[in-house]
Design a protein around this ligand. Structure first.
Ligand code: IPM
Ligand code: MN
Length: 351
């Protein structure tokens, strides 16, 4: 098979972890007789520095001309500490999501038996966890009208959702749930927010199309608590953009390290794969970041964008082996740890 993949390293540790994922993809291609055509493009602070735009048109065209996108991370503390800066790296990611129509972000949360002790949560609570968040990604407060008034002393952000946006997101949740344990949780704040009431009403009206899926409706504050108390009660969770952002960071703690969790952003056509962690600027260029989330994102890409299940399975198997043999980066080991590129090379060699 011929695979056209856009490689967008982005900022901080992004390029380093994506490089390891690329090595792994190339090894997979060699083993299974595929040809990968990589095209590289810039995004984020890197692109602001070079051309003054965090998501330049050229990058957008590269993405449009690819079958899938492998993306690293975005963000630079230079911009975080300057609330007045007009152009910010994160705008690049938001623009990319919007322009590519990536309306759903699939974020699985799982544990590895060999790492169960690395989680701050008791192992009996998290053993065997396998949950999936479906986060809405191109609407809500992230994209609503925002601004300042009264000499800048009042600020506002608005949250808007249309029924259409909710239906297309919920559909993905229902379909995933019907292939799994048939449990779907709609996370909202319907006791306070009008948009949440529309979410609830809309999801309720879809229930009859999926008679075998059992839906629970839960408030986001309660879910934040239950995720830590009884994460095993959940299977598929659907939620709006901001709630999903917060809950998926929380859920990543279950796995023992944020450096492990992959994600897929899907839309009508092209999909993007990225680790859920950020740009971790303190570690940039030091060859210490954990490349596994990027490598596991590549596995999601093989399976989801190209239907290549065996390829994805092999990546996951070798990642598991690396964890069992403790070929891990610093975040996962207090004693003996390895560099980003050592872990990537080990996985590549074992494929
Ligand atoms: C994420 C990130 C982004 C978000 C930022 C970098 C804009 O935190 O992908 O979760 O908030 O969506
Ligand atoms: Mn986030």
């Amino acid at each position: 098979m011929e695979l056209k993949i856009a490689k967008l390293g982005g900022d901080g540790i992004g390029p380093e972890v994506i490089n390891e994922a690329v090595k792994v993809c190339n090894a997979i291609a060699k083993k299974f007789n595929h040809r990968i055509f990589w095209s590289e493009a810039m995004v984020g602070a890197d692109a602001i520095q070079k051309v003054g735009d965090p998501y330049p048109n050229k990058t957008h065209n590269t993405c449009l001309n690819s079958d899938a996108i492998l993306f690293g991370a975005i963000g630079d503390p230079k911009f975080d500490n300057d609330p007045n800066s007009k152009i910010r790296p994160e705008q690049g990611l938001l623009k990319m999501r919007k322009k590519l129509g990536l309306f759903a972000n699939i974020r699985p949360t799982f544990t590895f038996d060999s790492l169960i002790e690395s989680s701050p949560i008791k192992s009996e609570i998290i053993k065997g966890i396998d949950i999936i968040f479906v986060r809405e990604l191109t609407g809500g407060i992230y994209f609503g009208k925002k601004g300042r008034k009264h000499n800048g002393e009042i600020a506002y952000d608005t949250c808007t959702y249309s029924k259409e946006e909710i239906v297309r997101l919920a559909k993905i949740g229902f379909e995933l749930a019907s292939k799994r344990t048939k449990k779907l949780c709609c996370v909202d704040k319907a006791n306070v927010l009008e948009t949440s009431r529309l979410w609830r009403e809309t999801v309720q009206s879809m229930e009859m199309d999926y008679p075998d899926v059992k839906v629970s409706y839960e408030f986001v504050d309660a879910v934040a608590m239950r995720l830590i108390q009884w994460p095993n009660n959940y299977d598929v969770l659907i939620t709006e953009n901001l709630f999903g952002d917060i809950l998926t960071d929380e859920a990543s703690v279950i796995s023992g390290s944020m450096g492990l969790m992959p994600s897929a952003s899907i839309g009508n056509k092209i999909c993007l794969y990225e680790p859920i962690h950020g740009s971790y600027p303190e570690a940039a260029g030091r060859n210490i970041a954990n490349p596994l989330a990027a490598i596991l994102s590549a596995a999601m890409m093989f399976e989801n964008s190209f239907g290549l299940k065996d390829e994805a399975q092999l990546i996951r198997k070798v990642v598991n082996k690396s964890l069992n043999k403790r070929i891990v980066t610093k975040d996962l080991s207090k004693n003996k740890s390895h560099s980003t590129s050592y872990v990537g090379d080990w996985i590549t060699k074992n494929i």
